[in-house]
Design a binder for this molecule. Structure first.
Ligand code: HEC
Ligand code: HEC
Length: 214
């Protein structure tokens, strides 16, 4: 692994000069606000999410992401991004606009406290995906996914989501959205830069790979 390259990709604001990709800044105040989210209140609010995301955020629909076990800070950021237009989706944008910041923190606390699910994937051969996740690809200057998303796809603090057990179809769709730029709420454009180098087949396999991780 080329250390210099890695630090460049991790640190460089690749889209310098462009409008900020998100309005959420992780100040101590913002972080404490999310940490103080009330899961019990979130549970009550979450009944309106169940038809798409499942009772505890364990989605039963391949195109709809699971929320159970996700990092609360990531969930909060996405809701905020939908609400202020940093991330667009015909189903989610209107819903998020109807939530207060307190609702978002409470919902984030509730879904984060629920157990993440996992399911086997249909794809037989995920060797290539595994190589990308654990070793990356020097030729494409591609950092291993696990550097950021964790050895078990468990995510990392703040805005780096857990991917383990997430719906394969959703994972691939959102990677394609990063690739074509229709999803652009990733700070410094890191995921867009990465997704651009991936082929259609790799994107499909990566989705299946992460869905099958426990
Ligand atoms: C009508 C179906 C529907 C309902 C109801 C709904 N969602 Fe969603 N949600 C979606 C879809 C579809 C996506 C993926 C959209 C995309 O690709 O941007 C999504 C994405 C999300 C994401 C981003 C997940 C990720 O991994 O990036 C969060 C967070 C979220 N929803 C929270 C909620 C909450 C909280 C509620 C209830 C207040 C809710 N949703 C209600 C359909 C729905
Ligand atoms: C430099 C760190 C970094 C690396 C390396 C990285 N990611 Fe990400 N990834 C992120 C961040 C940060 C986000 C959240 C962006 C946002 O705020 O919406 C993200 C989001 C995602 C999402 C969206 C998840 C969701 O629930 O919507 C997927 C899928 C994803 N990454 C897959 C990958 C794959 C596959 C690789 C390897 C090919 C990879 N990532 C490498 C930082 C990284």
């Amino acid at each position: 692994m080329n250390r210099l390259l890695l630090s460049l990709i991790l640190a460089a604001p690749v889209l310098a000069g462009a409008a900020p990709s998100s309005q959420v800044a992780w100040t101590a105040e913002q972080l404490n606000f999310v940490k103080a989210g009330n899961a019990q209140k979130g549970q009550a609010l979450a009944t309106s999410c169940a038809s798409c995301h499942g009772d505890i955020g364990d989605s039963a629909t391949p195109a709809f992401p699971s929320l159970a076990g996700q990092l609360p800070t990531y969930l909060f950021k996405q809701l905020q991004d939908y609400a202020d237009g940093s991330r667009d989706n015909p189903l989610m944008s209107g819903i998020a606009k109807g939530l207060s910041k307190q609702d978002m923190a409470d919902l984030a606390a509730w879904f984060a406290s629920q157990p993440a699910s996992s399911e086997a994937s249909g794809s037989a051969d995920l060797k290539q995906a595994e190589t990308l996740v654990t070793r990356g690809d020097n030729e494409r200057l591609l950092v291993p996914c696990e550097v950021c998303h964790g050895n078990d796809g468990e995510g990392q603090k703040l805005d780096i989501p857990a991917l383990a057990g997430q719906k394969a179809e959703y994972l691939s769709a959102t990677l394609n959205a990063f690739k074509d730029g229709s999803r652009h709420n990733d700070v410094y454009g890191k995921m867009r830069l990465i997704a651009k180098t991936l082929t259609e087949k790799e994107i499909e396999e990566l989705g299946a790979y992460y869905q099958s991780l426990k």
